[in-house]
Ligand binder design. Structure first.
Ligand code: UDP
Length: 334
């Protein structure tokens, strides 16, 4: 029996694969390598732990034959589903790409699961399903009113999962991520987006003295120092939560959803200061106007995940920045 990880060659998926094999699971990776990397699959396959990556399959959720072949040639017990496009700005200019890949792709996956009697799925959802916060910290009872197509595709999938549970008994755990940060402590995998839009890698990419200036978007928000507040959760802590969510389903847990964040917010200026401290570099910065669509503050209330999944974030922002920096250095030297 193995756990199928879709998008296992991507940023969060690859860290989750390591958490799974460290916990003793065997893993089959399915990835179309549009934003994930074949080299990541090779790295993951080479890691020996309590469990192992038994297969890396290149295939597409939009090709039903790929899914049929995958499920008929592997003994899959449960699915952890990361494969998705995740850039908010791109989702506004090309919503069709997002609805097709994220929503239709997930429907194809769920249909294949139903056909092959696989009844457990852990899904990467997002704080973007909440939209503009009505109150913070955001708990799971907060209204879900996403303000961009990316968030709407993830919410559509959450609804789809409720319907597939009612009709076919497919149990899901939806994990709503806040801002994911950091890299594998042992430096085997990390974040590689092109273009990179996220705060921490963008600050760190400006530490190499090659003229790249970090652009700070918006210093006139109603926050403690005028910059946006976000809740940065470490990617290895996040991966641990997926293993706990899987165990929850294995133990007969019902369909449910949980916020994954730290309950604490950091401003852009605070993150920038941590980056300067951890790297020991003076980082060039230019102050720019607000980036459209950025709410002032997004912070999770994670009490439900703590209580039900018995999850607790353990690695702090300094650790996330340190591992992310080591990863940036490694990529440059590769
Ligand atoms: N940000 C920034 N410069 C960058 C990237 C991000 O100032 O190059 C800011 C962004 O405006 C937001 C915060 O950092 O206030 C977090 O942005 P990110 O894209 O990492 O995550 P989001 O909260 O949008 O998912």
């Amino acid at each position: 029996m193995a756990i199928l990880v879709t998008g296992g060659e991507g940023y969060i998926g690859s860290h989750c694969v390591i958490a799974l094999i460290d916990a003793g699971y065997d893993v089959v990776i399915f990835d179309n390598e549009s934003t994930g990397f074949a080299s990541t699959g090779k790295t993951l396959k080479s890691i020996g732990s309590k469990g192992k990556v038994t297969d890396v399959v290149k295939g597409d959720l939009l090709v039903t034959e790929d899914l049929e072949k995958l499920f008929s040639t592997h003994d899959i017990d449960a699915v952890i589903h990361f494969a998705a496009f995740s850039q908010v700005a791109e989702s506004m200019t090309d919503p069709s790409k997002y609805y097709r890949n994220n929503v239709t792709g997930t429907m194809n996956l769920l249909d294949a699961m139903v056909r092959h009697d696989v009844k457990k799925i852990v899904f990467s959802s997002t704080a973007a399903t909440y939209g503009e916060p009505v109150y913070v910290p955001i708990d799971e009872k907060h209204p879900q009113n996403p303000i961009n197509p990316y968030g709407r595709t993830k919410l559509d999938i959450e609804y789809m999962m409720d319907d597939y549970d009612r009709a076919y008994g497919l149990k899901s755990v939806r994990l709503r991520y806040f801002n994911v940060a950091g890299a594998d402590t042992k430096g085997r995998v990390g974040e590689c987006h092109d273009p990179e839009t996220h705060l921490i890698p963008n600050i760190l990419k400006s530490t190499f003295g090659d003229g790249k200036v970090f652009r700070m978007f918006g210093t006139d928000y109603d926050t403690r120092d005028g910059t946006c507040v976000r809740d940065y959760v470490n990617v290895e802590d996040l991966s641990d939560a997926h293993v706990l969510a899987l165990r929850y389903l294995e133990n007969g847990g019902d369909t449910d959803f949980f916020n994954l964040g730290t309950n604490e917010g950091s401003t852009v200026k605070e993150v920038f200061a941590v980056c300067e401290k951890v790297t020991g570099k003076k980082i060039p910065v230019s102050i720019e106007g607000r980036r459209p669509g950025d709410p002032a503050t997004l912070v999770a209330d994670n009490s439900k995940a703590k209580e039900v999944l018995e999850w607790a974030p353990r690695r702090d922002l300094d650790h996330s920045v340190k591992t992310a920096y080591d990863w940036e250095v490694k990529k440059r030297n590769a």
